[in-house]
Design a protein around this ligand. Structure first.
Ligand SMILES: Nc1nc2c(ncn2[C@@H]2O[C@H](COP(=O)(O)OP(=O)(O)O)[C@@H](O)[C@H]2O)c(=O)[nH]1
Ligand SMILES: Nc1ncnc2c1ncn2[C@@H]1O[C@H](COP(=O)(O)OP(=O)(O)O)[C@@H](O)[C@H]1O
Length: 223
């Protein structure tokens, strides 16, 4: 029998690069548990928790949530994952967060979606989100079956308050200054895998092939 060990992956890329879209395909194909920092924050905002109310203005202004808040939130969710393999989306976003994650877990691979900023700007202003599941749609790319409604639940879709052109510009700036250094951190650890392109449907087969190879080598190591 082939033993399985826990596989831990991170998906990175600028806002709107397709992390949520690709994560949904990864979880469906490979069965990893998806943890999205943005979905967790939005669930808190929606439920009007103290943390959600405190963080909303920060998020709506296109700024990053403070490191200590994020680390506490995500590391406790990771502990709750137990023996499951996971895919972390949206965390770490700063060098501090990357080091905090590294202190707790060793990451097997970091998938970086390298999509040009001008491609992203168009996408985000036409993104529609189903808040409770994190499913995303786009008028041009993957429209919902019924306009304005989630395909699975039939619940209403919303446009995120931080997907306005001005806030997207601020988020891209935050990405350049605070998140890009994290790529260097993972490059130096030898776990960074870069996928470049402008269309998710062209990037995805490369991500899928890479993960097939990676997961089969993990299985061989423990067999
Ligand atoms: N036009 C177009 N839209 C895409 C493509 N890939 C993803 N999207 C849409 O772009 C938006 C951002 O994608 P998302 O996965 O939410 O990106 P994230 O912010 O990195 O998690 C969503 O509305 C997606 O439906 C693509 O190849 N072409
Ligand atoms: N790891 C994180 N550190 C700090 N802020 C975060 C983190 N993850 C999410 N956020 C906050 O939530 C917002 C939305 O994040 P996310 O849903 O991942 O969106 P996107 O990838 O489209 O930028 C970010 O702009 C930021 O304000």
């Amino acid at each position: 029998m082939v033993l399985q060990r826990i596989f831990r992956a991170v998906i990175m890329g600028p806002p709107g690069s397709g992390k949520g879209t690709v994560s949904a395909r990864i979880t469906k194909t490979f069965g990893l548990k998806h943890i999205s920092s943005g979905d967790i924050l939005r669930a808190n905002i929606n439920a009007k928790t103290e943390l959600g109310l405190l963080m909303k203005s920060c998020i709506d202004q296109g700024q990053l949530v403070p490191d200590d808040v994020m680390c506490r939130l995500i590391l406790s969710d990771l502990r709750a994952m137990g023996q499951n393999s996971w895919l972390l989306d949206g965390f770490p976003r700063t060098a501090f967060q990357a080091e905090a994650l590294d202190d707790a877990y060793s990451v097997d691979t970091v998938i970086n979606l390298n999509v040009p900023f001008h491609t992203i700007k168009q996408r985000l202003t036409s993104r529609w989100t189903h808040l409770s599941s994190g499913r995303v749609y786009n008028i041009d790319f993957n429209p919902p079956k019924v306009l304005g409604l989630d395909d699975v639940t039939g619940e209403p879709l919303v446009q995120r308050d931080d997907d306005t052109p001005e806030t997207v510009t601020r988020r891209l700036k935050a990405y350049e200054t605070q998140t890009e250094p994290v790529l260097e951190y993972y490059r130096s650890k030898g776990v960074l895998q870069i996928f470049s392109g402008t269309e998710t449907n062209k990037i995805w087969p490369h991500v899928e092939a890479f993960l097939h190879r990676k997961l089969s080598s993990v299985k061989q190591q423990v067999a």
